[in-house]
Design a protein around this ligand. Structure first.
Ligand SMILES: [Zn+2]
Length: 153
């Protein structure tokens, strides 16, 4: 590893390292996890880091927070091949892959402007994942089927 990479992936004592995020998607990941920085813990975001596979990736380190599986699975539609590393006392205690959940609540909006989830306040959009291979999605309210490219943040 080069000196630059070592600096970027500097070890943290406790927290979560979100690695192998598709380059350019880190800010969507922060949004999906509702991480704003106001929580007060140290958050490091690295964009376009050269990866060993000669492709670029983004990395996010969230110190002193252990992201749960139901939180990180929300990232499936943003960057499915992301890996989650849970670090405790400088040791990697859990490494997990993201799994596609059955539904995602409150992150993506339905692209149908007439959908009730866009019109009424207090309704959280719910996107169901109805097919996990060649991902097909459906809005639970208006039942419109969608691809990941049609999702609106
Ligand atoms: Zn809808």
């Amino acid at each position: 590893m080069s000196d630059t990479s070592q600096l970027l992936v500097r070890r943290i004592k406790d927290g979560t390292v979100i690695d192998h995020i598709e380059a350019g998607k880190a800010l969507f990941v922060l949004h999906a996890l509702s991480i704003t920085g106001k929580e007060g813990n140290v958050i490091t975001v690295a964009l376009n880091v050269p990866s060993s596979k000669h492709i670029k990736k983004d990395i996010i380190k969230v110190e002193n927070r252990f992201l749960k599986t139901n939180e990180t699975n929300k990232l499936a539609l943003i960057s499915l091949h992301t890996t989650i590393n849970i670090i405790k006392d400088y040791k990697l205690v859990e490494k997990r892959k993201i799994q596609l959940p059955d539904s995602i609540v409150g992150i993506f909006k339905c692209p149908n402007l007439r959908c009730v989830s866009n019109g009424e306040e207090g309704i959280k959009p719910i996107i169901d994942i109805i097919k996990k291979e060649n991902i097909i999605l459906r809005c639970r309210y208006c039942t419109r089927t969608l691809t990941t490219g049609e999702l609106v943040f």
